[in-house]
Ligand binder design. Structure first.
Ligand code: ATP
Ligand code: AMP
Ligand code: MG
Length: 190
C-alpha cells in the first residue's frame, strides 16, 4: 500500500506551491487537487465559473461535489498520492469541514501535513496573488484561522490514526518546506 498524504492549510498559506515542490522531489509521487476535481464537476453542471465560486454555493451543493471528489480521489493509486485540500471552508452558512468522516475515510490518509506561515505573510500572499479571489483578512482573523486549523487537524488525526506533520512555509523558503516533507516521506516509505 502506497503513501497517501493529505496536505492542508488555510487559504493562501502556500499549500499548492509546497505540494508541487514535494511532488518534484519525490519520484513516483502523484498530485491531486481536491478543489480542481470539485471544480470540474461543478463546471460540467454549470454551477460555477471559477474555483473561488465553489465556497459560495449552498452547503448542500458543496457536499455533493465534495462527495464526488472524494470518491474519485479514493481510486487513485501509486507510490505516493498527495491530496491538496482544506480542513475547513469559510462558507456563507458558516465554517464547514473539508474532511468530514465519510470523506476522510474514503481518502484513507497515511499522513496529514499542515502547512503554516505567519499571519502577516499569509495576508501579503493573499493580496498579492491576482490569480485568485481570496477573502481579505486581518492578521487577527488569520491567527484565529490558524488556530482553528490546528483544532480540525487534531480531530482528523484522531479519526484516521494518521500522524500530523506541521511544516512552516517561511517567506521565500518554499523549497525548504517541500524538502522537509520529502525527507519525512523518505523515512515513511522505507
Ligand atoms: P489556496 O488554499 O487558496 O489554494 P494555497 O495554500 O494553495 O492557497 P498558494 O497558491 O500555493 O496557496 O500560494 C499563495 C500565494 O503565495 C501564491 O502567489 C504563491 O506564489 C505565494 N507563496 C507560496 N509560498 C510562498 C513562500 N514561501 N514565500 C513567498 N510566497 C509564497
Ligand atoms: P483550492 O484551489 O485548494 O483552494 O480549491 C478550490 C476550492 O475547492 C476551495 O476554495 C474550496 O471551495 C474547495 N475545496 C477544496 N477542498 C475541499 C474539501 N475537502 N471540501 C470542500 N471543499 C473543498
Ligand atoms: Mg492552492
Amino acid at each position: 500500500m502506497g503513501l497517501r498524504i493529505v496536505v492542508v492549510g488555510i487559504p493562501g498559506v502556500g499549500k499548492t506551491t509546497v505540494v508541487e515542490g514535494i511532488v518534484s522531489g519525490f519520484p513516483g509521487a502523484k498530485l491531486v487537487s481536491f478543489g480542481t476535481v470539485m471544480l470540474e464537476a461543478a463546471l460540467a453542471l454549470k454551477w460555477v465559473k471559477h474555483r473561488d465560486d465553489l465556497r459560495r454555493l449552498t452547503v448542500e451543493k458543496q457536499k455533493k461535489l465534495q462527495k464526488l471528489a472524494a470518491t474519485k480521489i479514493s481510486k487513485m493509486q501509486g507510490r505516493a498520492v498527495l491530496v491538496d485540500t482544506h480542513l475547513f471552508i469559510r462558507t456563507e452558512e458558516g465554517f464547514w469541514p473539508g474532511l468530514p468522516f465519510d470523506v476522510v475515510r474514503a481518502l484513507k490518509p497515511t499522513h496529514l501535513v499542515l502547512v503554516e506561515a505567519a499571519p502577516e505573510e499569509i495576508a501579503r500572499r493573499r493580496s498579492a496573488d491576482k490569480t485568485r479571489y481570496r477573502d481579505a483578512a486581518t492578521t487577527e482573523s488569520l491567527a484565529e484561522e490558524l488556530a482553528m486549523a490546528r483544532g480540525f487537524l487534531t480531530v482528523t488525526s484522531t479519526l484516521t490514526g494518521a500522524p500530523m506533520f506541521i511544516v512552516r512555509n517561511a517567506e521565500g523558503r518554499q523549497a525548504e518546506a517541500a524538502q522537509t516533507v520529502v525527507r519525512m516521506l523518505e523515512k515513511a516509505g522505507r
